[in-house]
Write a protein that binds this ligand. Structure first.
Ligand code: FAD
Length: 279
C-alpha cells in the first residue's frame, strides 16, 4: 500500500517506436500501483484515435485508464460520438478540458469552456463517468484576474466534476492558497497537485512559458548553470521535485499526478525516494 495515491499522465505516441517505448514506460510505472493513468488529447481531435487506442490498450492491461477530452474546436456530435465509444469500451474515468486551439486553427466549436463540457457530459451520460477537471494554482494564463479565474474554476467543478488535477507548479504556497480559496468558494472535491519532474532545462522553460507555471529564479539559474551536464540537471531536478512532493505529502494532499512525458525514470526516482511501494 502506497502512503500516497499516484496517477501518471502520458501522451498518445505517434510512431511505432513511441508505442513500444510507452509500453516499457508504463510497465515500469505500473509497478508503483497507480490509482489511474491518463492519456492526453489534442484539441480539435488531432489525437482522437491515438488517445482511444492507448487508453484501450492500458485498460486491457488492467490499469484504470482515463482519456483526456477537450471540447474546443469540436461539435457536440463529435464529442458525443467519442464519449459513446468510451462508454462502449467500458471506460468510466475522464479528464474534461477546454483545450487550446493550435494557432491558425479556426473554429472554437459548440462548447467554449470546460464547464460547458462537464455539463454536457452530465446531461448526456449521467453519472457514467468520473470527471476530473484542471485547476491552476498560479492561475490560467488567459484569466482576466485571479478572482475571475477562481470563480470560473468553482463554476466548472460545480457543473459536475468529481476531482481536480492541477497544472504543475514549483511553489507549494501557490497550491495551498489555491486550495484554501477553492474551499471558500464551496469546492469540496479532492484537488490533486500535478507534478512535473525536471529533466531538461530548455524544455521546462518552454512548457512553463506556455502554460503559465513559474520556475523559481533560483531553480532556473541553477539548471542553466549546469549547461549540457544532463546528469547534474537530473540530480538537482530530483532533489527539487522530491522536496516539493514531500512538502505536499506532509500537508496531506489527496494524491500526486505526474506529468511523465512518456518516460519512467524521473517519475520512478521521485516516487521511490518518497517511499512509494512497488509491486
Ligand atoms: P477552462 O476551465 O474552460 O478555462 C479556460 C479559461 O477560460 C480560463 O482563463 C478561465 O478563467 C476562463 N473561463 C472559464 N469559464 C469562463 C466563462 N464562463 N467566461 C469567461 N471565461 C471563462 N490540453 C489539451 O489540449 N489536451 C489535454 O489532454 C490536456 N490535458 C491537461 C491536463 C491537465 C491536468 C491540465 C492542468 C491541463 C491540460 N491541458 C490539456 C491544457 C488545457 O487544455 C489548457 O490549459 C486550456 O487553456 C484550458 O483548459 P481548461 O479545461 O482548464 O479550461
Amino acid at each position: 500500500m502506497n502512503p500516497i495515491e499516484l496517477s501518471f499522465e502520458f501522451f498518445p505516441p505517434k510512431t511505432q517506436e513511441g508505442i513500444e517505448k510507452l509500453r516499457v514506460t508504463r510497465a515500469q510505472l505500473a509497478r508503483l500501483n497507480p490509482k489511474f493513468v491518463s492519456v492526453t488529447f489534442g484539441a480539435g481531435g488531432s489525437t482522437q484515435q491515438g488517445t482511444l487506442d492507448t487508453v484501450v490498450e492500458m485498460a486491457r492491461e488492467g490499469l484504470l485508464a482515463a482519456p483526456h477530452l477537450s471540447c474546443i474546436g469540436s461539435s457536440k456530435d463529435s464529442l458525443r460520438a467519442i464519449l459513446n465509444e468510451y462508454r462502449t469500451q467500458g471506460i468510466r474515468h475522464i479528464v474534461a478540458l477546454r483545450g487550446d486551439l493550435p494557432s491558425g486553427m479556426g473554429e472554437v466549436g459548440e462548447l467554449r469552456y470546460a464547464s460547458e463540457l462537464v455539463s454536457f457530459i452530465r446531461t448526456e451520460f449521467g453519472d457514467w463517468f468520473w470527471i476530473e477537471v484542471a485547476g491552476y494554482p498560479e492561475y490560467h494564463p488567459q484569466a482576466r484576474s485571479p478572482s475571475d479565474d477562481m470563480a470560473n474554476f468553482a463554476r466548472k467543478v460545480k457543473a459536475g466534476a468529481n476531482s481536480v488535477i492541477t497544472q504543475y507548479f514549483f511553489n507549494a504556497d501557490a497550491y495551498f492558497r489555491f486550495v484554501d480559496d477553492a474551499r471558500k468558494l464551496g469546492v469540496d472535491v479532492p484537488i490533486v497537485p500535478g507534478i512535473m519532474p525536471i529533466t531538461n532545462f530548455s524544455q521546462l522553460m518552454r512548457f512553463s512559458e506556455m502554460c503559465g507555471a513559474e520556475v523559481p529564479r533560483w531553480v532556473a539559474r541553477r539548471l542553466e548553470g549546469f549547461g549540457d551536464d544532463r546528469d547534474a540537471i537530473r540530480a538537482f531536478g530530483l532533489d527539487v521535485v522530491t522536496g516539493l512532493c514531500q512538502r505536499l505529502i506532509d500537508a496531506g494532499v489527496p494524491g500526486l499526478h505526474f506529468y511523465t512525458l512518456n518516460g519512467a525514470a524521473a517519475t520512478r526516482a521521485i516516487c521511490e525516494r518518497l517511499g512509494a511501494a512497488t509491486a
